[in-house]
Design a binder for this molecule. Structure first.
Ligand code: WT7
Length: 650
């Protein structure tokens, strides 16, 4: 790949301005305020962040210095001490928030629980005492492998309260994945449940833990929450029921302050190759970032009912289900199960019943809703919604418009938020009521963020051309290192271009300075010398009325370098025919240009995805090339999808 730029093929140019009504009540006031504060945040970061940290966080001991930056290692708010759990709970207790709902929970079977700040505080204190009793203290690692229930948040906050480091492992991961992660961080305690509900079935979490623990010598104790009531084997001496321990524990717990840079959590994220990386986040900078972005990006108000559909096993669940919203004293709506249980309108039904005002989800989910059909949405009013968010991958304009029209009823701003496990919190995003939006663009940087789109020589590419996305200066919630692997940290993120953080994404700025992320750089194709982001071709495919979802990969081609192979799932009621195949090729050529006309269109009933909904193009690439699927498939959600794709090859 010698060509340095990425040919951008998107022709999206619609602009949506915020309504005067939304703007009047927006937390940040106006675009002028955003611009003034943004300028301060990048020109005088120490001053800006010192003020934010003092205003937003409750400190046990004030910090002396804002930032020590010894590239690539940052230390923020040095000398300061605080307690994360105290910031999320205790400080709301002598205010009107004390009896406000912190969490409204709905289980998949339909059970509902509302937990006030006072109650959540009590549960966290009790569980902190339980953990102390099990020998957990500052710096110890605790693995959390739980369903999406309030106790998952209780476990995280109890660790934070003790200065212990949690690592949440998504409940959809296998025992192999648990074993690897637990061994990598040498966790002492595992917190799990007898099971969780998903699509009407029980996910046997404890069984997976038992299997994993055959190979994890570091684990001394296992705490098991009774969630489903199914029969569960308990290992004498090692395993304890959550409810047994909690009844014996005192609800009083005096929290200590911890250093700003005390580790808060490790979160494993799978690279496209090799073993998962243990991204390490620390106390003060992370909390400030998650609190501040929640407040401004979601325009949070005291009366909001906020629903982020992410599982706590992902960073989105950490920052925007637990830490960000609770530090703000918000009401979080939490749902345990599948979006189509018992029917495809479960979310819309819950939004109406609980009066959800803010809804934050992923493009892959939005495309599923589109596929299930508009009627499921139209059965519900959705009148309580006032703001929508998207995260996880580029949102194709087609899905954006559907979200805007069907869910937001053209009334709700959409915040398309670009960020990563590594960045900790939202980096590039519209501010609702303030930033005009364009379908598919994550728009402008949040405070303190300086995104750069550069070519392989580190030169800025002209506006409108694609390149690789970097972040120029340190920010408070940035990852501090990779657990046990500082070399990989340096190599992965800081070696591409000295002094810059390499995000691994391809992107471009448009003439208005809006950022368009076109996907992971590994997903960039080179067709006849043009580097094309897969996301843009996929977006063109999905704009065809018959297409539900599309994935584009390259196959080695003597003539073009790479040939474009597209995998397509069609909407319900549509038949995949030869004619449709030709129509789709013509459609892409029309939308983008002949250079992007797919060489090969393959119909599939489903696409291979990671458990967080990201399409695994690596696997499709192997199928497209006609080879075996090799390499790590442990992050794959459903292997039968791959088998089906392979079997239909001729
Ligand atoms: C990668 C990070 C961020 C929390 C969830 C995923 C892609 C994420 C967007 C967006 C375009 C996006 C990027 C990024 N991504 N949000 N709004 N527009 N791309 O966290 O698993 O660490 O993945 O997701 O490629 O690098 P993650």
């Amino acid at each position: 790949m010698t060509d340095q730029t990425i040919t951008s093929v998107s022709r999206e140019n619609r602009v949506f301005r915020p309504s005067a009504e939304f703007q009047r009540q927006a937390n940040l006031g106006s675009f002028a305020t955003y611009k003034r504060l943004y300028a301060e945040s990048v020109n005088a970061p120490a001053k800006f962040w010192a003020r934010q940290a003092k205003e937003l966080l409750t400190w046990r001991r004030p910090f002396k210095e804002v930032l020590k930056w010894k590239l690539p290692h940052a230390k923020w708010f040095i000398g300061g001490q605080l307690n994360v759990a105290e910031n999320c709970l205790d400080r709301h207790l002598d205010t009107a928030r004390s009896n406000k709902a912190a969490i409204i929970f709905e289980g998949e079977p339909g059970d509902i629980r509302t937990i006030t700040y006072k109650q959540l505080h009590r549960e966290v204190c009790q569980f902190a005492n339980v953990l102390t009793g099990l020998g957990v203290g500052k710096g110890d690692r605790v693995a959390i492998y739980m369903p999406m229930v309030p106790e998952a948040a209780v476990a995280m906050l109890a660790c934070a309260r003790l200065g212990a480091i949690h690592t949440v492992i998504f409940g959809g991961f296998s025992s192999e994945a648990i074993k690897d992660r637990v061994n990598d961080c040498q966790a002492k305690v595992v917190i799990t449940a007898d099971g969780g509900w998903r699509r009407g079935k029980i996910i046997e979490l404890k069984v997976n833990v038992d299997r994993a623990l055959a190979g994890t010598p570091s684990v001394e104790k296992v705490v098991v929450l009774r969630r489903t009531g199914n029969a569960t084997a308990m290992t004498e001496g090692r395993d304890h029921w959550w409810h047994d321990l909690v009844t014996l524990a005192s609800p009083m717990h005096k929290a200590r302050g911890f250093d700003s840079e005390n580790p808060l959590f490790i979160l494993y994220t799978s690279g496209s190759t090799g073993k998962p990386k243990g991204v390490l986040h620390t106390t003060a900078g992370y909390l400030l970032g998650s609190m501040m972005t929640t407040k401004y990006v979601f325009d949070l108000k005291e009366t909001d009912v906020y629903f982020c559909t992410a599982d706590v096993g992902w960073v989105t669940g950490h920052s925007y289900v637990v830490y960000g919203p609770l530090a703000n004293g918000a009401t979080v709506f939490m749902y345990e199960g599948a979006p189509n249980q018992p029917g495809p309108d479960r979310f819309w039904d819950m939004i109406d019943r609980h009066g959800v005002t803010i809804f934050y989800t992923a493009p892959t989910a939005i495309r599923a809703f589109m596929r299930w059909g508009d009627d499921y949405v139209k059965k519900h009013s959705l009148a309580s919604l006032r703001l929508l968010g998207s995260v996880g991958e580029p949102i194709n304009p087609e899905a954006w418009m559907w979200y805007h029209t069907l869910i937001g009823k053209k009334r709700c701003p959409i915040v398309d938020t670009w960020w990563q496990t590594e960045t900790g919190v939202i980096m590039v995003t519209p501010l609702p009521g303030i930033t005009p939006t364009k379908p598919g663009s994550c728009t402008l940087p949040f405070f303190g963020v300086v995104p750069k789109v550069l070519d392989e020589n580190g030169k800025e590419v002209p506006k409108g051309s694609g390149g690789r996305l970097f972040l120029k200066q340190p920010w408070p919630s940035m990852l501090r290192t990779l657990w046990n692997d500082d070399d990989r940290f340096k190599k992965q993120y800081w070696s591409e271009l000295p002094g810059y953080y390499f995000a691994g994404d391809g992107a471009r700025f448009d003439k208005d300075g809006y950022l368009w992320v076109v996907g992971r750089i590994d997903d960039v194709l080179n067709v006849s010398g043009h580097r094309i982001g897969t996301a843009e071709v996929e977006s063109a495919l999905v704009s065809h009325p018959s297409v539900a979802e599309a994935a584009v990969v390259g196959r080695p081609d003597e003539l073009k370098g790479q040939a474009l192979v597209v995998f397509v799932t069609v909407k319900s009621g549509v038949t995949a025919t030869k004619e449709l195949r030709e129509e789709l090729r013509a459609h892409v050529a029309k939308e983008i240009g002949a250079l992007a006309r797919p060489d090969d269109v393959r119909f599939a009933t489903a696409l291979p995805k990671t458990r967080s909904g990201k399409i695994m193009r690596r696997i499709l690439k192997e199928i497209a090339a006609g080879g075996e699927v090799r390499g790590d498939t442990t992050t794959l959600e459903d292997f039968s999808v791959v088998a089906a794709l392979q079997s239909q090859e001729e």
